[in-house]
Design a binder for this molecule. Structure first.
Ligand SMILES: *Cc1c(COP(=O)(O)O)cnc(C)c1O
Length: 411
């Protein structure tokens, strides 16, 4: 049986010169010297820009592109994206400060997420950021705190749709969720918004994430527009914005192919034509996280030991699960699969070895690569984990075992 391999487009995403992987035009050993330590995350600003240009080319021009900051909240990254996207989506008050620091207009920032604190809601109101309401409680809190500030809060309704973004192996449900307000409860909530001193902005309908099948994304978008048309009948005022979610995925594991966005863009043209009739004047927003930044980032750590245990070769590194939980397989993976990994300073090497790459933590969960054929490496060599720009640094338990944190650089 042929082992599935990582897509060449992933492994060849960064150029190679004189046997070294080039990140942001810098050879990897030199980059490690410049950073001054391993491990670190490096994000390539040109790759981020190219990704946005690719989206702009294939999606209808009237689509407003938002960045979901939780994918990567590094301030320099968010600042770079501020010049490329049309708005930001937030999931916390902390992210709101990063977003506002970029100079992005509050009119183009929305704040979703369950369990917003009164402090977060009050800050968002004062900033003029749109609150995507996740419950009736949040609605009442927003109205009360708005009155106190003498401001009519901008609110949108986050809808828990009666469908799901179908992805490989996942059944569609439309079941209970901690996110959003059930579609069937939305008419009553809209009536409430009309009666309170709230400035209704529109709907936020997010049906899923990390999808590599254009037909599944298209189907979800069709259902999203249909649901919005139904709900708009009960809206207290015109629907200013309709956020149709995102869900564009990136290939992480062997056998996965990059998402083809061409058919999505083509179908969106038709959907927007229909929207112009049903909801003229409504701006349509797509919110993306990992698709914008995931492939622009790498995690780099250094081999500190090469050891053999009963025939199995281990490369022990100075990085691991505590810096990159997702690559270790412990961030929502059911069966552990390898992220794409290479030895970044031995790209031209013909001598290979099948190794497992582990970190310094005293737990068998601390694996960065399991049984991969890689260039033969020894202490000092640099391990590169690709597809690490999103849900890497900020989604990892840095304090676990009290090792120093990784650095982050934008190149
Ligand atoms: C996390 C999140 C996103 C971003 O998801 P990606 O898979 O990174 O694109 C978008 N919208 C909402 C509401 C989210 O919670």
């Amino acid at each position: 049986m042929n082992k599935p391999r990582h897509a060449p487009s992933v492994l060849e995403a960064f150029p190679v010169k004189k046997g070294e992987l080039m990140i942001g035009g810098i050879p990897i050993t030199r980059l490690a010297d410049r950073v001054g330590q391993t491990p670190f995350y490096a994000y390539d600003r040109q790759k981020i820009s190219e990704r946005i240009a690719h989206l702009r080319k294939h999606l209808p021009s009237e689509i407003h592109l938002h960045y979901a900051i939780k994918a990567n909240p590094m301030p320099a990254v968010v600042q770079h994206l501020a010049g490329l996207v049309d708005g930001f989506d937030l999931a916390s008050g902390g992210e709101m400060h990063v977003a506002l620091d970029t100079g992005m207009s509050a009119d183009n920032i929305s704040f979703a997420g369950p369990g917003k604190s009164e402090r977060e809601i009050a800050s968002a109101i004062a900033a003029g950021v749109t609150l995507n309401l996740e419950s009736a409680t949040e609605l009442e809190t927003a109205a009360r705190l708005g009155e106190k500030q003498g401001i009519k809060p901008r609110v949108a309704v986050r809808v828990n749709p009666d469908f799901e973004l179908k992805s490989s192996g996942m059944k569609m449900g439309g079941g209970p969720k901690q996110f959003g307000i059930d579609a069937e409860q939305v008419p009553a909530v809209l009536k409430c918004i009309g009666e309170l001193a709230l400035n209704f902005q529109g709907f936020h309908i997010f049906s899923g994430s990390q999808n590599l099948r254009p037909e599944a994304i298209i189907e979800a978008q069709e259902k999203t527009f249909a649901l919005a048309y139904r709900l708009a009948g009960d809206a207290p005022s015109a629907v200013y914005k309709l956020n149709i979610g995102g869900g564009f995925g990136i290939p992480y594991f062997p056998g996965e192919q990059p998402l083809d966005i061409t058919p999505i863009g083509e179908r969106l043209n038709d959907l927007l034509e229909e929207k112009a009739k049903q909801l003229p004047g409504t701006k349509v927003v797509i919110e993306l996280g990992r698709y914008l930044i995931g492939e622009a980032g790498v995690y780099i750590c250094r081999v500190v030991d090469h050891k053999i245990s009963r025939g199995q070769v281990y490369l022990v590194t100075d990085g691991g699960l505590h810096h990159h939980l997702a690559a270790s397989g412990n961030f929502g993976q059911i069966i552990r699969k390898n992220y794409p990994v290479l030895i970044g300073n031995k790209m031209g090497s013909s001598e290979t070895e099948t190794v497992s790459i582990v970190g310094p933590l005293c737990t068998p969960l601390d694996i960065l690569a399991d049984n991969m054929a890689l260039a033969k490496a020894t202490a000092g060599d640099l391990v590169v984990v690709f597809q690490s720009g999103a849900y890497g640094f900020s989604a990892s338990p840095h304090h676990f075992l009290s090792h120093p944190p990784p650095l982050e650089v934008l190149i």
